[in-house]
Ligand binder design. Structure first.
Ligand code: ADP
Ligand code: MG
Length: 326
């Protein structure tokens, strides 16, 4: 059974960067406005995330790593939404099957914090009292120590670190109300944002002044198709060999090949051949319009009225480019 659980867990947690994605979402769900990530060996040796969120109650520490344990059911409108946003209550459980996991946490109500270690979904010993500020520190060590084949197919620590940095950077852009830090253990931060800035400012900080120079920005709401978008996009005087569509749908980092293709197509008539834009987009859709048939570990999403919504977004992007070019 342990082996079956491990294989299932390895499907959900494929590399340090996707463990981090789950942990970042947990910290954000816990209303943190400060999140610090520390890694060793690209997150393989150590992936630690510290937040100043609500913390986890002592009595919940016993069950928090059991599969399907979630405190968030009331957050979700209906079962469809739970299915859509994937493995509810499975992230910590999965991590505990493929790594050494320790949680240190303190809520506002408790006088001291507690620290607990887990293996295979189970608490290893009674949580120990400890000092600490409100919030949670999740420590993951030796990811895939029990899955040598998985470790072999992973990239080098440098490449895993790049993927970790990429995920953190995107969440930092999307969440300017939160201060994010990424550092290698014992080194100064390689990414650092302040809480309370703007998405545009974080793009400048993280992706550089060349991209951020005179970014075009718009918000748009479509009552008929029922979506909202906030977009920051480069002007036609910016062009890169490799484009980027940084896409969040309902606060979750996702990918949409059709949307990326559409955005690229609009820019194609303005940019030199082989050049691409940088585009950040946050889309909000009614949760039940997102396709539940897509496997939760796949980041590619589909949604209801996709063609129509993409067509509208294309129009908005084009209008921005035309406006700035006039
Ligand atoms: P889910 O996020 O789907 O509920 P997870 O396995 O990711 O499932 O987390 C399980 C539970 O652990 C969460 O529902 C939450 O109650 C608690 N939790 C995890 N991380 C944090 C955190 N950083 N701060 C507060 N609570 C957390
Ligand atoms: Mg979670």
């Amino acid at each position: 059974e342990a082996v079956v659980n491990r294989i299932a867990a390895g499907e959900i947690i494929q590399r340090p960067a996707n463990a981090l994605k789950e942990l970042l979402e947990n910290s954000l769900d816990a209303k943190s406005n400060y999140i610090q990530v520390t890694i060793k060996s690209g997150g393989l040796k150590l992936l630690q995330i510290q937040d100043n969120g609500t913390g986890i109650r002592k009595e919940d520490l016993a069950i928090v790593c059991e599969r399907f344990t979630t405190s968030k059911l009331n957050k979700f409108e209906d079962l469809t939404e739970i299915a859509t946003f994937g493995f509810r209550g499975e992230a910590l459980a999965s991590i505990s099957h493929v790594a050494h996991l320790t949680i240190q946490t303190k809520t506002a109500q408790e006088r001291c914090g507690y620290k607990a270690s887990y293996a295979d979904s189970k608490l290893l010993a009674a949580p120990k009292p400890c000092a600490g500020n409100q919030g949670t520190i999740i420590t993951i060590e030796d990811l895939f120590y029990n899955m040598p084949q998985r470790r072999q197919v992973l990239k080098s620590p440098a490449e895993e670190q790049q993927k970790v940095s990429d995920v953190l950077s995107k969440y930092a852009v999307h969440n300017p109300h939160v201060g994010f830090t990424l550092k290698r253990h014992g080194e100064p931060p390689s990414v650092k944002t302040q809480a309370g800035t703007t998405r545009a400012e974080n793009i400048r900080l993280i992706y550089g002044a060349a991209i951020a120079k005179e970014l075009l920005e718009f918000t748009y709401e479509d009552a008929l198709l029922r979506f909202e978008v906030h977009c920051l996009m480069t002007q036609v005087n910016y062009a890169a060999k490799k484009g980027m569509l940084l896409l969040f749908i309902n606060e979750r980092l996702v990918e949409s090949a059709p949307l990326k293709g559409a955005v690229d197509a609009v820019y194609a008539s303005y940019l030199p051949k082989g050049s691409h834009p940088f585009v950040y987009m946050s889309l909000k859709l009614p949760p039940h319009n997102i396709d539940v048939n897509v496997h939760p570990t796949k980041h590619e999403v589909h949604f209801l009225y996709e063609d129509e919504i993409i067509e509208k977004l294309k129009g908005q992007v084009e209008a921005q480019l035309l406006g700035s070019n006039a």
